[in-house]
Design a protein around this ligand. Sequence first.
Ligand SMILES: *Cc1c(COP(=O)(O)O)cnc(C)c1O
Length: 377
Amino acid sequence: MHDCSPRAIVEVDVDAIAHNLHLARQAAPGCRIIAVVKANAYGHGLEQVVRRLDAEQPAFFGVANAAEARQVQATGCSARPFLLGPNPPTERAEIAASGWGFTISSIEEADHFASLAADAQRVLPVHLAVDTGMGREGFLPTELGEVLAHLQGLPFLRVDGVMSHMPVADEDEVFSHAQVELFEQCVREVSMHAQPRYVHLAASAGILRYKVPCANTVRPGLMLYGIAPVHCTWEKQLRSALRLRAAVTLVRSLPTGHGVSYGRCFVTPHSLRVATIGIGYADGWRRHLSGRGVHALIHGQLCPLLGRVTMDQIMADVSAVPGVQSGDMAELIGPSLSVEELAMQAGTIPWDILTGLGPRLPRVSCSMGGFSRCAAV
Ligand SMILES: *Cc1c(COP(=O)(O)O)cnc(C)c1O
């Protein structure tokens, strides 16, 4: 047997994710949960996250497309997939046949799904999406009367939900309060014609910042993974769930005036011990992190990363850490190296850093006891 432990690895504390789901329940009391697991559960590994969260009985698992819905379903979980956005015609037959939750934003989608439902002689539950300001999906509030009238003529569609999405829940209170108000009006109008079982507006920032009295369902994504998109009372209780580590592959001394990496943007000011680490932008370690004062944690000490990020490798200054050798693990994201900080350094947002973590990184679950159980990996 060869020891083929991976060169770079994502370790996930799935119990922390379940803990964060409980916090979402506390922040939105009485609400059902659409646990958002799109984009490989924000990089945390869709399958292991769905398996753990299914025990917490969410109403749905939120996904981006039919392929992700299939991945959710393949875990054998009891909560159904819910497609969060509009669906192209090519995916609709499978969606209609599978009993997945979905939205409609146009008469065209309504008619297409109604005809698929009629073919199968089966009533399809749909969530009406309303565009209260996002500009990405949903009927305009002014169109609702006409849409509800049109739906009267489509007996194979049943309005099971009403939903909308907030574009500035994390930055504009005036707009967001007005949006909550407008959503209430829309829900009232829909409720005169139908009995929607699921009423939902808020994603993480909305859950943590706003009360939506008419809603009975929420759609947490980022907060499940332990990151608060806004400052709030729950912030301190959220538990980060992901650790990214990569192996040191080489340690050498470089003399004064020696360039490190492409472009020679970093040149050693004096002789340095330099470690090469087996991770790069092909793994999702962003090239934008080059020269931004980012550190790796090696033997418990912060070591500055040097020069440009290359496709598969980065370099760190380990002069201050004695005894570093090939095979040691360097931590790049973890309890003391936050995704929020990295996102800032890369000039992007935490969602982008997490979902960018690539398929070359194996995802390992380490429940019960957190990351310490992963130490041997
Ligand atoms: C992705 C998504 C969410 C989750 O958003 P977070 O900000 O990560 O909580 C919720 N609702 C919809 C419609 C989405 O597309």
